[in-house]
Design a protein around this ligand. Structure first.
Ligand SMILES: *Cc1c(COP(=O)(O)O)cnc(C)c1O
Length: 369
């Protein structure tokens, strides 16, 4: 029987060569590879005004993005409850309180009407999550933030490669974990045009040691350290950066596959009345996941049917306000409804077109029954 995986990195000779190069050099910690990766990411993002800083996860990027924007204890951060738990944990890690907001049912994007009702004098930032790369409303968020004097720290974990990234001036946080659009095994990056943020990140990611980034990039160590704020051990190693560099070089091929498979899903599934598609633009975005909404209450049956036919699926995400640690009795109905009706179908660069067409055929078979 066929086995179609939900998610997978695409690793091969290039990544093995990169990792071997670093292992043979004996310099596996943060250094020249990390420096080169940051430079290549700067070129990739194509923004003269903004700089990239690499860290060891997107969770770390979000945490530092907030801390280095001045968010901390006593502050409140508006955030869609409909996200991966990392988003909430990163906010909580700063000492600030994540304020869960509902999302729109049609695109899983934070519902600004709901967010508005949760503004208080303590609200200092908003953290939009670009679920499945849906970014249609991101500029409304920037406008809302401007009007209410909020910082924008984007959870852009699903957005690597999106064409519209160039137009945004908040703090953008990316994930290079095992299954994201590119992987470093684990890793993340912060892109910002705010020099104060990027300068601070460079120290805070290295336990707060002032100037340690520059020292490590020259292969040196800081023997007379000074620290002026709480820091974390969040920097990216040479080993991870080298794998990331190989992935970045391969990204045009990764993008082609992700966009092609997403476009097949979009065109093949749009006529099934029981399915609602998210407004994913697979020409400008590079989808990381492909969630579909099952409108007839048969999501769990479809999930089981696909599994019986060798197709893995996922449920992204359980709303954070339903998790014990963050549960404060909020009523966020669209997010709960999405959680009950959404299903992520296989999307990864190791799939073949045949795999994708097989998934489509099985979904069609299920609904014709
Ligand atoms: C993957 C992901 C993260 C966390 O990324 P890590 O690199 O694993 O820390 C955060 N938010 C969203 C929406 C994600 O999908």
């Amino acid at each position: 029987m066929k086995h179609v995986k939900l998610s997978s990195p695409w690793l091969g000779a290039e990544e093995i060569e990169a990792a071997t190069r670093v292992l043979n050099s004996q310099v596996v910690n943060m250094g020249i590879e990390t420096k080169l990766f940051e430079g290549e990411l700067n070129n990739f993002f194509g923004r003269e005004d903004a700089k990239t800083s690499c860290v060891n996860s997107c969770t770390a990027a979000l945490h530092l993005g907030l801390q280095c924007s001045g968010i901390g204890t006593g502050d409140e951060v508006l955030v869609p409850t409909y996200s991966f738990v990392a988003t909430f944990q990163a906010i909580a890690a700063t000492g600030a309180t994540p304020i869960p907001c509902d999302v729109r049912f049609d695109n899983a994007f934070i519902d600004l009407d709901d967010a508005k009702t949760r503004l208080t004098s303590k609200t200092k930032a908003i953290m939009p999550v670009l679920f499945a790369g849906c970014d249609q409303q991101i500029f409304d968020i920037y406008q809302f933030a401007l009007e209410n004097n909020l910082r924008v720290i984007e959870d852009a974990a699903h957005c690597f490669g999106d064409e519209h990234i160039a137009e945004r001036n908040g703090v953008l946080c990316f994930s290079f974990d095992a299954i994201k659009n590119i992987t470093c095994t684990d890793g993340g990056a912060i892109l910002s045009s705010d020099e104060e943020v990027t300068n601070r990140v460079k120290d805070v990611r290295l336990l707060g040691v002032i100037g340690d980034t520059a020292a490590r990039f020259e292969g040196k160590r800081t023997w007379n350290p000074n620290v002026v704020e709480q820091g974390w051990r969040y920097h990216m190693s040479n080993l991870c950066a080298a794998i990331g560099r190989a992935q970045l070089a391969k990204f045009p091929k990764i993008r082609e596959k992700r966009q092609k498979y997403s476009n097949i899903y979009l065109s093949e599934l749009c006529d099934i009345p029981e399915i609602q598609l998210l407004p994913i633009n697979a020409k400008t975005a590079v989808p990381h996941i492909f969630p579909i909404i099952i409108k007839n209450g048969k999501r769990n049956e479809l999930k089981a049917f696909l599994l019986e036919n060798g197709i893995e699926t996922g449920i992204q995400y359980k709303p954070n306000h339903l998790l014990t640690y963050f549960n404060k009795g909020y009523d966020l109905p669209n997010s709960v409804k999405l959680y009950e009706s959404i299903l992520s179908i296989p999307l990864n660069p190791m799939l073949t077109e045949d795999d994708v067409l097989y998934v489509v055929s099985m979904i069609k078979k299920f609904f014709n029954n």
